[in-house]
Design a protein around this ligand. Structure first.
Ligand code: NAP
Length: 246
């Protein structure tokens, strides 16, 4: 039976690299995106060209109805779910906390925290032996920012990723006896489009000099960690730092 992995925010960046890696490892992949349909369909085409199976699903992880419909699409198209990767996430413009609007912080938390919680809820309903499922794994994509704090850049983002660390540890214990493992990766600076969307397009070019290994990371290096955790049968509640030594 082909295993199924749902990856949120998989049209670009770390999610797209994880989707391609998962397909190479034999997973059928559900590729969620919010608005960039062309990129998501490009990932599907790449996977299909290599002989894999993938579908693209539009859903905003800040919207409960979208999340529920996304999981129902996975049910319909694949008939099972083995791994959820909570990857979709945003940063915002560089800002001090005393300059942040309510709307900004609320949006950050809805996408980076509430969305992963509700996705986890839907995954557990399908995977937990308590609900008649076969077990499975959840991999959360956090950030090194959760322990660095994001001062004068984006403390709201860093705090949202702190919540993801805590969710990983608590949920891992909650469902460990139900066949579900919950783990997380904490990337450092990775070469993706997220920096430009936060008004900091030069970050990948300048960050390397302050990283102990002297360079930023590539999306495939995070994908390797996610895939390892998806398969790591005796590992749960773990947070793997993939950040060049930060
Ligand atoms: P990215 O290149 O900006 O790609 C983000 C992906 O998430 C896109 O596919 C985007 O969809 C999707 N997305 C954004 N908001 C969404 C929403 N509300 N609902 C559904 N999908 C949504 O980002 P990335 O750098 O690969 O980041 C992926 C994850 O890694 C994030 O959680 C991020 O916080 C974390 N991370 C990244 C870095 C880094 O340096 N890149 C470091 C630490 C942690 P559309 O294409 O449709 O907009």
């Amino acid at each position: 039976m082909t295993k199924v992995m749902l990856i949120t925010g998989a049209g670009r960046g770390i999610g797209a690299a994880t989707a391609k890696h998962a397909a190479q490892a034999g997973y059928a992949v559900a590729i969620n995106y919010r608005s960039d349909k062309a990129s998501a369909e490009g990932v599907v085409s790449d996977i299909e060209a290599s002989g894999g199976r993938a579908i693209a699903i539009q859903a905003d992880v800040a919207d409960e109805a979208d999340i529920v419909a996304m999981f129902e699409t996975v049910d319909r198209e694949f008939g099972r779910l083995d791994v959820l990767v909570n990857n979709a996430g945003i940063v915002d413009q560089i800002s001090r906390v005393d300059e942040m609007s309510f709307e900004r912080v609320d949006r950050m938390m809805r996408i980076n925290v509430t969305g992963p919680f509700i996705c986890a809820r839907e995954a557990i309903k399908r995977m937990s032996t308590r609900h008649g499922g076969q077990g499975g794994a959840i991999v959360n994509v956090g950030s090194a920012a959760s322990h660095l704090g994001g001062a004068s850049e984006y403390v709201d983002y860093a705090a949202s990723k702190g919540a993801i660390d805590t969710m990983t540890e608590g949920l891992a214990k909650e469902v460990a006896g139900e066949g579900i493992r919950v783990n997380g990766v904490r990337p450092g600076v990775i070469r993706t489009t997220i920096h430009a969307s936060g008004g900091n397009p030069d970050k990948p070019d300048v960050a390397g000099s302050v990283i102990p290994m002297g360079r930023i990371g590539e999306p495939e290096e995070i994908a390797n960690g996610v895939l390892w955790l998806a398969e790591a049968g005796f590992t749960t509640g773990a947070l793997i730092d993939i950040d060049g030594g930060v």
